[in-house]
Design a protein around this ligand. Structure first.
Ligand code: G3P
Ligand code: MG
Length: 238
């Protein structure tokens, strides 16, 4: 059994990380959905990958410079296609309302390159308020943020993201003193030996981002626990 994640929702079919994108992933019955969170100027969790709007709307700057009310006026849909014109960013709260409770929601704290003080508390508070502490996996490239999450809620599963090729990240995870559920490596260096070493240390392995079926099949042959994918053909495989 593998657990695959629709990466930023279904980003080939709708603007990434928006309600439309998440709805597409839900319609595909994805068992897992991944999204990225950041904070607005007035401390609301919004779902966006980049720390600035540039890629979606050239008229606006840093996400952290705007209040939620201002952000809701910013069109991030038109740059994808006319069909999504006027679509704003979603809040995490809005997304929690539409993702089925048995779907594993991987919330990535996007603390790079902007670090959002207090984002961990805001996130845990939002999940508790929506009674959504189950079927959640919190991940980040910022392992300090993961430590804070675990201090706030020792039971919430955490996934350690690694972008670069490090020496024995499974040992690093163990030495961190955190209770890590899974390692999320860049797929470019994820091979059979990497997966086996993570498994020996008790970690699941979810590489990002796997869009080719041939690459997916190889990873499954090597025993991967699941992948992050932009490709509906892959993220609907189980
Ligand atoms: O969480 C997996 C993947 O989303 C990490 O990279 O840059 O797409 O957020 P990125
Ligand atoms: Mg991400």
């Amino acid at each position: 059994m593998v657990l695959n994640f629709a990466h930023r929702g279904s980003l080939t079919e709708a603007p990434e990380n928006t309600l439309s994108s998440i709805k597409k992933a839900v319609a595909h019955k994805a068992k897992g959905i991944e999204l990225d969170v950041q904070l607005t100027k007035d401390n609301h969790l919004v779902v966006i990958h980049d720390h600035r709007f540039k890629r979606f709307n050239k008229n606006y700057g840093l996400v952290q410079a705007y209040t939620l009310a201002e952000i809701k006026q910013i069109d991030v849909g038109s740059s994808f296609s006319k069909e999504f014109a006027g679509e704003p960013l979603a809040t995490l709260a809005e997304i929690l309302e539409i993702v089925p409770r048995n779907t594993i929601l991987n919330i990535e704290i996007k603390n790079i390159p902007v670090i959002y003080p207090g984002i961990e508390e805001t996130l845990i508070h939002c999940l508790a308020e929506h009674d959504r502490m189950d079927h959640i996996l919190i991940s980040s490239f910022d392992h300090v943020a993961l430590k804070k999450v675990q201090e706030l809620d020792p039971d919430i599963p955490i996934g350690m993201l690694f972008y670069y090729r490090l020496l024995e990240p499974w040992k690093y995870a163990k030495n961190s003193g955190l209770r890590v559920a899974s390692i999320h490596p860049n797929v470019v260096y994820t091979d059979k030996a990497f997966i086996a070493a993570c498994h020996r240390y008790g970690y699941k392995v979810f590489p990002f981002t796997v869009n080719r079926m041939s690459q997916y099949r190889k990873l499954v042959e090597w025993g991967v626990d699941g992948v992050f994918s932009n490709n509906p053909e892959i993220f609907t495989q189980s």
